[in-house]
Design a protein around this ligand. Structure first.
Ligand SMILES: [Cu+2]
Length: 56
C-alpha cells in the first residue's frame, strides 16, 4: 500500500498490538464474545492501542 510509507510515524491500527489482538480474538473465538474471561485480554488490547494513539 502506498499510504504505508507516509504514515510511518503513526502506524495503522492493524499493524500494532498484534499479539494482544490475536490473544483477544482467540479468546473471543473460543469463549464467545460475551464471555467475561476475555475482558482482561480486551482491556490489554485497548491499553496497547491507546499507547499508539488509537481510541477503540
Ligand atoms: Cu496494517
Amino acid at each position: 500500500m502506498s499510504e504505508e510509507k507516509k504514515q510511518e510515524s503513526k502506524p495503522k491500527p492493524c499493524c500494532v498490538c498484534k499479539p494482544e489482538k490475536s490473544a483477544r480474538d482467540e479468546c473471543l473465538l473460543i469463549n464467545g464474545v460475551d464471555s467475561p474471561k476475555c475482558e482482561p485480554l480486551i482491556a490489554a488490547y485497548k491499553t496497547c492501542m491507546k499507547g499508539f494513539g488509537f481510541e477503540i
